[in-house]
Design a protein around this ligand. Structure first.
Ligand code: NAP
Length: 338
């Protein structure tokens, strides 16, 4: 077999916005499975905002990728060789393989995917980690009630789009924040959000206030930065703020607008008795994952829940697509067709 495996490693730790030269494409021999292992050929690689944090040498909830190490990531892969009794060639699985074309696994964290239930790529988005983040953050922390106003940013992405649709199912009024007219039209016209506000508009804070005449009861935080600043004065007493992500800050300080939002944030938390809770999706997995798969799976099957995927062709194009996602160039769940 002359075919080689390919992988993308972290070549340098980015200073601010990552550059293509922070990544390196390498060729390696295709590995051979030993007893108890399977060989996977990756079909689809998920690109997710958390990967930016793994590129920094900083303590977080997960270890950084070492310099020269393969970039982390989840993928949909086909079993092409098996020395494990539970797996056969042709099985399709969800696996944490990293940015590569081939990988060995001893099956510690594999989920088999059934293409007859839903397209397998949904395991990386609406029926996978991002979808579960939306489900757990909204249902466990946000707890929207009928008539509540729910606001979510990065609203056309895999997390935000499901937050908004679930909140609608729960009877809330939903305001989505997104970048640009096309994404705003999508969340309003196709996903059924009640209002869509473009965070790039110069009068974004007053437009957001206009779209939330009764204030905000649940703010699902995906972004931070200037969006948080606009949301903060609109929060109602006892509002709930699931803090899922802060993508506006991922490329580091120094790029912001120089505003220190902490004093205002603390004042509002106290005076309005806000419940602000950060979370990482897997903290809720043991208790809520089956219910998530049941409810969102059924919603996709009957058309009540919709999703959008944004495909990039070829592993070699993953770095550029990833860099673009941090600035909103993706439209829907970003997936590399490896
Ligand atoms: N806590 C957890 O367990 C967990 C799990 C998964 C994801 N997350 C977080 O959830 C958030 C969304 O993730 P996703 O996978 O659904 O990503 P995504 O929406 O596909 O991609 C990120 C989006 O963020 C928006 N964005 C980037 N910079 C922004 C800025 N400065 N201001 C406003 N919006 C900005 C862009 O959309 P626009 O063009 O609309 O601005 C971009 O498309 C991220 O913060 C991620 O880290 C958390």
């Amino acid at each position: 077999m002359n075919e080689k495996a390919r992988q993308i490693v972290l070549a340098a730790r980015p200073q601010g916005r990552p550059k293509p030269s922070d990544f390196r494409l390498e060729e390696t021999p295709i590995p051979t499975p030993s007893d108890g292992q399977i060989l996977l050929k990756i079909q689809y690689l998920s690109l997710d905002p958390y990967m930016r944090g793994r590129m920094d040498d900083r303590k977080s909830y997960a270890e950084p990728v070492p310099l020269g190490g393969v970039m982390e990531g989840e993928s949909v892969a086909t079993v092409i060789g098996s020395k494990h009794p539970a797996y056969s060639e042709g099985d399709i699985v969800l696996a944490r393989t990293g940015w590569r074309t081939h990988a060995l696994s001893d099956r510690a964290d594999l989920r088999k995917l059934d293409p007859s239930v839903a397209p397998v790529t949904t395991g990386l988005g609406v029926l996978g980690m991002p979808g579960f983040t939306a489900y757990a953050g909204l249902r466990v922390i946000g707890k929207p009630r009928p008539g509540d106003t729910v606001v979510v940013a990065a609203a056309s992405g895999p997390v935000g789009s499901l937050v908004g649709q679930l909140a609608k199912i729960d009877g809330a009024r939903v305001v989505g924040i997104a970048g640009g007219p096309e994404k705003c039209a999508y969340i309003k016209d196709e996903l059924g959000f009640d209002a869509a506000i473009d965070h790039r508009d110069s009068d974004f804070p007053s437009r957001l206030a206009g779209a939330c005449p009764n204030g905000i009861d649940v703010y699902f935080e995906n972004v931070g930065g200037a969006v948080w600043q606009a949301v903060l004065p609109l929060l109602n007493k006892f509002a709930r703020v699931p803090v899922s992500g802060l993508i506006a800050q991922y490329n580091g300080v120094g790029k912001g607008d120089g505003t220190d939002r902490l004093p205002a944030t603390m004042r509002e938390i106290l005076s309005k008795s806000l419940a602000v809770r950060g979370f990482i999706n897997y903290e809720f997995a043991a208790e809520y994952y089956p219910a998530f798969l049941r409810e969102v799976g059924a919603g996709i099957a009957d058309g009540r829940i919709r999703y959008r995927e944004d495909f990039v062709e070829g592993l070699e194009n993953a770095p550029e697509a990833f860099i673009g996602m941090l600035e909103g160039h993706n439209f829907g769940k970003l997936i590399v067709r490896v």
